[in-house]
Design a protein around this ligand. Sequence first.
Ligand code: SAM
Length: 380
Amino acid sequence: MPDAVHDAFQRPLASLRLSVTDRCNLRCRYCMPEDEYVWLPRASILTFEELDRVVRVFSTLGVRKVRLTGGEPLLRHDLPALVRMIARIPQIQDLALTTNGLLLAKQAAALRAAGLQRVTVSLDTLRPERMLAFAKSARHGDVLAGIRAARDAGFEHVKLNSVVIRGFNDDELGDLVEFGRAEGAELRFIEYMDVGGATHWSMDQVVSQRDVLEALTRRYGPIAPVAQTGGDARAPAERFRLPDGTTFGIIASVTAPFCRTCDRSRVTADGTWFLCLYAGRGVDLRAPLRGGASDDDRQRSSGRPGRAARIAGPKRASASPIAARSTGSTRCAPIPIGRCTRAEAECSTKSPSSALATSAPPPPSASPKKRSPGASSSWT
Ligand code: SAM
């Protein structure tokens, strides 16, 4: 087995985000706000066998952690079957899922039994009417039921992701912490990131890590940082402790990007590999997968990672954030990793990329049936 692959900054390629579908059953204003989208053709979505093979190849390159995401991963039929396949790969030490929770109550036990180790549920608000306004869904109760079902199914350390947006849920920080404590789940507050035009991101909507800490300090008193050790050292969240011992995390992708310790790469539902959430280009893995390439060939395709813009291969399909979604770029961002401007600039001058070049065509793009006013701005 080859040594774990490191990039030009000696960052190991240890963590893989695997998007299993581009579809979602929510329309969160900060993520996928349009009513209708044109989804990837079914035939272009990697099968479970292909996904399993991708993970096996990556596992020989040093990947130890896999997170299933989307879109909404629980929309993928029989996800426990995929979990079972990946859980059997000996090198994979950590298998996790990020979900909006709508379908979790029904599937939690089967996912657990299949070998899923960890679950993160997105929960931005405790108020159903806010979810209706913000994500166009009246199913807040299903999310709460999903969180409970995860705990009942035996998942320890369930995490709750909350994207904090000024004027939407920034008055709920303490309530979310309380809810997490009551449910035995740890909050991860995420700074609102710019993922494209239709979301109408602006800096003034971002509630920074400092703002979150100030608000929680006002409510609870002095907050202490938790030292990050072992696997945590590369986690995107910084963790903190309230005076009563309750811990929570903040993912400060906007005000304190963590590119330096980033060990994540992501494969979209249609098999394009991106080394950065903000990378403009990815590597098409589907063509070699379906073209009969051996695992060694696939290793060569993925085995000399530069980062971000340095990767030769399919360019993110268009300037449309929606088209970017169709390649899975937004959809496969379970843990947002921040605008990697340093990596884009520096990696492009320091890391070899020729080994990654493929002659593949750009991934198929989709566009919303209705284009948003911001749809022409670049997602990268
Ligand atoms: N559908 C699943 C879910 O909702 O958890 C998985 C995919 S979703 C893209 C993964 C995570 O990204 C969610 O926790 C979501 O809140 C977060 N996210 C999406 N758009 C974001 C944005 N603009 N800024 C920060 N986080 C975002």
